[in-house]
Design a protein around this ligand. Structure first.
Ligand code: ZN
Ligand code: ZN
Length: 243
């Protein structure tokens, strides 16, 4: 009988039949079908201060004008929306190697597209967002560190864990900028020498910018000349209210 056993005896065919596009669910041998892959577009214009995508570049916007950010600029490569959202989820929580391969490709092509803007910073150092040791246990890998080392290679700039987490913070999803800011305050301490340096913090997703801003504050206290944030995906609004 040609049942399950038949498919199992042809592992590749079985895998093909079972594999679905993470974006729309159609059967697809790759993580995303061609239609979904085309939906992932590099951010065109954005707010230089908070990285929110806009039809064209603006120096400051209505969402960040009332917020104190310890960041000189935010460069977002992609908007955080489907299907990139699902790919990031597969990478972060499913530890999918195929998702990492795709993210790597997307990161490299967007870095190329934004080359001028990024190189204009003339960074001395790339700094990842540190994970607390307790979270390192459970999730085992730091996605910010992986993207940082890739950014370091592409920019030929050294990567250094210049800050460390000294306090565990509760997961931040769903709280406002103000709440997150309060929650993250004092969570980092300086680990490296940053005096007089222009620094780029690299992360996978930016929501309220509270974490990056607190790292920026820590680096500023250490005498950093400039602190910028480079993120793979930017949530397309500032969280002002609890939602
Ligand atoms: Zn699809
Ligand atoms: Zn803004």
């Amino acid at each position: 009988m040609r049942g399950k056993g038949f498919i199992n005896s042809l592992p590749l065919v079985g895998w093909f039949l079972l594999s679905r596009c993470r974006g729309c669910g159609v059967p697809s041998p790759s993580l995303l079908c061609p239609q979904c892959l085309r939906k992932i577009q590099i951010v065109d214009g954005s707010c230089e201060r908070c990285g929110l995508p806009y039809p064209q570049d603006v120096p400051i916007c209505g969402s960040c004008v009332d917020k104190r950010l310890h960041l000189d600029s935010v460069i977002a490569l992609y908007p955080y929306r489907s299907p990139l959202k699902e790919v990031l989820h597969s990478w972060k929580f499913g530890r999918s190697y195929r998702a990492w391969k795709l993210i790597r490709e997307l990161f490299i092509s967007a870095m190329e597209a934004k080359k001028e803007k990024i190189e204009a910073i003339s960074p001395h150092l790339v700094v990842p967002v540190p994970l607390h040791w307790r979270r390192k246990w459970t999730r085992e890998f730091n996605q910010s560190a992986l993207l940082s080392s890739l950014a370091g290679k592409l920019l030929s700039v050294p990567v250094e864990e210049a800050v460390k987490r000294i306090r565990h913070t509760s997961p931040q999803r769903g709280s406002s900028f103000r709440e997150r800011k309060k929650n993250i305050k004092g969570a980092f301490a300086l680990k490296g020498e940053v005096r007089g340096k222009r620094i780029i913090i690299v992360d996978d997703v930016a929501t309220t910018l509270a974490t990056a801003s607190e790292i920026g504050r820590t680096l500023e206290k250490g005498g950093a000349l400039e602190v910028h944030l480079l993120v793979l995906a930017r949530v397309e609004k500032m969280y002002d209210t609890k939602d």
